[in-house]
Every structure is written in structure tokens, then in C-alpha cells.
Write a protein that binds this ligand. Sequence first.
Ligand code: F6P
Length: 530
Amino acid sequence: MLRTLPAWQALAEHAQSLRPTHLRELFAGNPARFDHFSLRHGKLLLDFSKQRVTEETLARLRQLAQELRLDAWTARLRAGEAINHTEGRAVRHMDLRAGDSAPPEVKAVLSRMAAFCDAIHSGTWRGYSGDCITDVVNLGIGGSDLGPRMVVQALSAQHQLDIKVHFVSNLDGADLASTLAHLNPRTTLFIVASKTFSTLETLTNARTARDWLLAAAGQTAEAVAKHFVAASTNLKATREFGIADENVFEFWDWVGGRFSLWSAIGLPIALAVGYRNFTELLAGAHNLDRHFLEAPAEANLPLTLALLSLWNTDFLNAASHGIFPYSQSLSLFPRYLQQLEMESNGKLYDRAGDPVDVPTCPIIWGEAGTNGQHSFFQLLHQGGQPIPSDFIALGKSDYPLHGHHTALLANCLAQSAALAFGQTAEEASASGIPEHLLPYRTFPGNQPSTTLVLGELTPYTLGQLIALYEHKVFCLSVLWGLNAFDQWGVELGKVLASRLTPVVRGEADDHTLDSSTAGLITHLRQFRMS
Ligand code: F6P
């Protein structure tokens, strides 16, 4: 029981005494607050001075981490133990980016990926008609989509190659159909990306894509061999689909789906930005791994992010957490983090099977700046709910257009300052706001935020950024006592969907359905469905 731990109780008391203190006062009381509450690692800067914490808060949080044996769990992670206990699996995604010290099987797949990228980029790999490949479509969902999709977009400034990479994930035919509408079967390659190779969405899209190809190429196994490759752990299923073993880029059950972009699941990244850049991404993540494993608690960036998240969630009652990259290239980062954080730590039962007695993962959401300022920021400023956020800024723009980047940065800084310090009625009045409008022109402030600055957005710094959040998630799972590496919560819906599919199609009836589901099915059956 977390609440009964002495370190937890001490934090609860401390939170009680700190609650009335506004961020304005914390800054006024410590002119060097930025220096005291910011960390650097290489070109990364983490400024958490706008969090509602003091030195004492951090010391107490670190004490809690120590009492909860974070160091022991980190050692188990590092040793490759089967810490995913509900699935009996090791958690070894750090091995995928370990460079020279990576296991031989990892190196072997990486070198096959390198050779494949070379064959596609040089035009030696040809389609069924002898044409070079110009378009690659990644068919995957969840961890087999969100990571590579986010990275490919984030590194768009590095797309020097004549290959366009597309992503299709949704079961809704609109996703695949609208992508295929612009493509030529002779020059299109499909990557079927699925750890299990049993995921409904991915296999449905893969079968339809195969039909599309064969309708143009004729029913030949050779066409499938030249236009379909897979990234999977399930060689039996890839074979059954018709993909030859030499076209399967393997990974292993010790790679969790949402931690898999470093594996063969990263093939679309390597195709979009070049294999060399893909290795830079891995190198950046490896660098952050070393930092996480070696830096002391006071200097440890992932641990600091995790402690701040726990503080905001469990002691300042924040139910959600905003992610605001002030970078259009990182606009998919919040979506990627939604799976990473919420599929990992959106759980109620701890490792012993007991309910956790404190709130766990907050709702992760967000949007690129400045877009969010013109939609939901109103609620952050005046909605009255505590909503912590992470601002992510680039020192240098990846698309330097005159005047844009400095204005973007000014907005990023303005928002976090406005959220932290607000505007009092006196200040509003002094700036000439009429009396009757003062309530509406007052900003309470005191919204905590962290600002993370990447010198620039390169494959290396992006690798660091992603690994930073991966380790944050791991630290949080240890603090809450959770297994971050399973996702049983997604299963029930899958089972129900397969039971309902024949009923929706009108091929079966189910008299045990609740009246809402039954009523909706009756209504929907009047439309023609396929
Ligand atoms: O449904 C959840 C999930 O299992 C995710 O954890 C995973 O990333 C996604 O589905 C896709 O799974 P697969 O790669 O096996 O197709």
C-alpha cells in the first residue's frame, strides 16, 4: 500500500504545506530557481523550475524512489530479467540500440535491414514489372505504427531519398483506400508490421493490399515476394501469408510493441531517412540509456520526469498531462506518447495483484504549438483544473524560414510563463482593463510545466528524446508497482468484436446481447454492410 509508506506520508504532509504557495512566490523566493531546477544532458536541457516543487519536494520524491527499490528494478531491467511477469517475458529494448555491444541476432537483422535499404534506394530491388520501388506502405497499428510514423514525420527534413513512406493503420477501409488511390502497384512495396502477425487491423489491410497488387500483377506468388516484406516475431504466420522467410525482418518477444521502433519495426524509418540516419537514432537512444543507468538520481533526466509526474498526479491531483511540442515536425509525438504512457501505466493492479491505492497514469494528450493555443489553451489558463504540461522546443529550427522560429519560441516561452504566473486583478486593472471585465481578464496561473529544449531535431536527439520518455515510463511503473510491459486491458474489446462481427453482418444472432448493443445492431443492419 503506497499511502501507508512513511515516505509517501511525508510527501503528503509536505504537499499539504506547499499547496498554498504560488509559483510566483517560489520564483520570488529564489532568484536562481532556473539554475537550481534545471538539468542538462548533452544538448538536452530540462527546465522544471516552473513545477510546483522545492528542493525538499525533490529530496522526498527521491527518497520514495529509493524506498521503492527503483535501483533494484533498474538492475533487473538492465540484466534482461523477465520483469514482464504476466507474460513471462524479458524486457530488452535497450539491447536493440546497444551498438557494438548489441546481441548477435540484433546485429544480424540490422545488417539485413541495411542491405534491404540499399537494394531499395539503389533500385536493385525491382517490382514484378521490373520497375523500381517509389512508395512504401507500412501496414501496422499501435506500436507497429505510432513510433515509426512519428519518427518518419519528425525527420522529414532528412528525407533525401526518392522514396515516399506511407502509413496505414485503421481497420476503416478509408485509410487504405485513400492511400492506395495515389499509388501504382508496380512501384509500391508493403511492409506488414506486426509483432504477433495476428492483429485484425493489420491482417485485414494486408490481405486487401495483396488483392490490390494481385489484381494488377496477376495471381503470382512472385509478385507477393517482390512487393511484400514483414517485420514480425511470428515466422509461421508470415509464411502462411505468403511472405518468404528472406523477406521477413525478425524481432523477438522481449521487445514490447510500444518499445519496438528500434527493431525491424523501424524499417520504414530506415527507408525514409536512410539506414545511416536510423543508426544515429539508435545511437541517440543508447546515449540516453547510458545516462539513465549511470547518472545519479539528482542528475537523472528520466527519473526527474517520472518523479514530477508522480508528484503532479498523486499529490497535486492532476488527472491529465499535456504534451506541447513547439515543432510541427514533432506534432505526432503526443499521440505516440499516448500509447507509450497509457498502455504501459494505465493500470489499476500492482505486481502482487492488489489494487494500487493511488491514481496511476494521467491522461496524456497534446498538440503542436502554436496550434493548441488557439483551441484548448483557454481551459489551461482559466478552466480551474490543475493540468501539468511538457513544452518541447528546438533551439534551432529544422525548417528555418525567416522570422518563424524566434516567434515560435517566444510563444512557447510566453505560454509556460502565463500558465505559471498568471495575471492578478491588480495587474489587469493597472494595464487599463475596466472593472467589470476584471474577472474575465484575470489568470490564476500556478499551472506547472516542464520545458525540454533539444538543441536541434536530428536522428540522434530524437533517439534521446524517445528513450527519455521510455525510461520515465519505466520509473513510474516501478513507483506505482505496475508491470509497464503488458496490456491486458485491450483484450476484452477484441474478444467482443470477434463475437459481434457475424452478428453485425447478419450471419448470426446473439440473444444474450444487452439491449443497447442489440438495438444498435438492428439499426445498423438496415444499411448494406461489407
Ligand atoms: O492492441 C494492443 C497491441 O497489442 C499493442 O500493444 C501493439 O503495439 C499493437 O496491438 C499491435 O500489435 P502487433 O504488432 O502484434 O500487430
